[in-house]
Design a protein around this ligand. Structure first.
Ligand code: CP3
Length: 339
């Protein structure tokens, strides 16, 4: 592989410079993505190998990123289990029949994952081919807890109150549901490995909605099971947004790297989970501008993380309204930085 900075960093090897990519890097801030978006529906873009490959490679070619992340969505696991998922303009994902009962949970079938997500093999292979061994390919899925949030709530939410209420009222059903999501997710990650991804990231985007003790009940055990199944095959990056209080436990899963959101100071992370490789953590809103502020904050981030065992990224996904030039300034600043 021509540029394996990310993979060497995940193995804790020394590198010439810090690798950089960003979450949601294949998306609406790219003018060429917006063109494809007019022509094809979201899941057409995900399932068509040529489209998925074109979109995945876009930020590598246009922004100069050190890794590609497969174009797909965490909600394909809800589809694998038998749920309908719609991507609605301006509303985000909608699951028209949210899970609220034992009967609905009993109908969810993880054994169908390989069949429902069969397209993931040819799409991932097409992406690998389009990358021509330039940079590594990151596969991904959501955490079981984050999937439960959408599957029970039925849509995005600022607090996922219905999903949390469901867990508090029916903890035994919640654990049944989390087990099924975990099983489907492990199958899906293994499919991505079989098709050639070089590393995998697990997004626990809504982990931070839980208290530390609820995190140990409803998220951590399932993440732990997933990391134990996957890390022996390819390095796993765990991104648990808002979970500063669980960094030590997240490190104990054995994941190769921990993603950090922008509320965590690098010195705090090193103090509680020092042996880890860290990834993050610029506030995505900084990329809205002005440019000199993007450059200043990026340099401050690089200095604070220090040399080695570090992957530069944002603290959450890049926002659709991000000016392309600012995304590029972030990447260029990381690449030009010398400690
Ligand atoms: O990172 C990448 O570029 C790879 C592709 C990717 C997408 N979604 C494409 C997408 C990844 C890694 C995701 C993960 C994802 N999806 C997460 C975890 C990361 C995070 O941001 O916390 C979550 C919570 C979702 C669920 C989801 N999918 C939401 C909330 C939305 C709507 C918000 C939005 O940006 O419109 C989606 C749709 C979605 N997934 C889009 C993209 C590019 C936008 C679709 C479009 O309108 O073009």
């Amino acid at each position: 592989m021509k540029n394996d900075l990310l993979l060497r960093t995940l193995r804790k090897e020394k590198t010439e410079r810090t690798p950089v990519w960003f979450m949601r890097q294949a998306g609406r801030y790219l003018p060429d993505y917006r063109v494809l978006r007019e022509k094809y529906s979201f899941f057409e873009r995900v399932r068509n190998p040529q489209l998925a490959a074109e979109i995945t490679v876009m930020p590598v070619k246009q922004v100069g990123i050190d890794a590609a992340i497969l174009f797909s969505d965490i909600l394909v696991i809800a589809q694998a289990l038998g749920m309908d998922v719609e991507m609605q303009e301006g509303k985000g994902p909608i699951l028209p029949a949210p899970i609220r009962s034992q009967e609905q949970i009993s109908k969810l079938d993880p054994a169908r994952t390989e069949e429902v997500l069969a397209y993931a093999i040819p799409t991932t292979r097409a992406v690998k081919e389009a990358l021509e061994n330039e940079v590594p390919l990151i596969g991904f899925c959501g955490s079981p807890w984050t999937l439960l949030c959408y599957m029970v709530e039925g849509k995005g939410s600022k607090d996922f109150a219905k999903a949390k209420q469901f867990c508090y009222e029916h903890p035994e059903l919640a654990s049944l549901l989390l087990d099924k999501i975990t099983e489907a997710s492990i199958t899906y990650l293994n499919m991505q490995i079989k098709a050639g991804v070089d590393t995998l990231q697990i997004f626990d985007s809504w982990g931070g909605l839980l208290s530390p003790s609820d995190y140990k009940r409803f998220s951590l055990p399932y993440l732990d099971k997933m990391v134990k199944a996957i890390q022996p095959q390819v390095p796993v990056i765990l991104f648990a947004k808002g979970c500063w209080y669980a960094l030590a436990e997240l490190q104990s899963t054995g994941a190769a790297a921990l993603g950090l959101d922008w509320t965590i100071h690098p010195s705090f992370a090193r103090q509680v989970a020092g042996a880890s490789v860290f990834q993050g953590n610029l506030d995505p809103i900084v990329l809205l501008g002005p440019r000199h502020h993007v450059e200043k904050e990026t340099v401050a981030m690089m200095k604070a993380f220090g040399k080695g065992n570090y992957i530069a990224n944002l603290g959450h996904g890049v926002l659709p309204q991000t000016p392309f030039e600012n995304a590029k300034a972030f990447v260029d600043t990381v690449k030009n930085f010398r400690a």
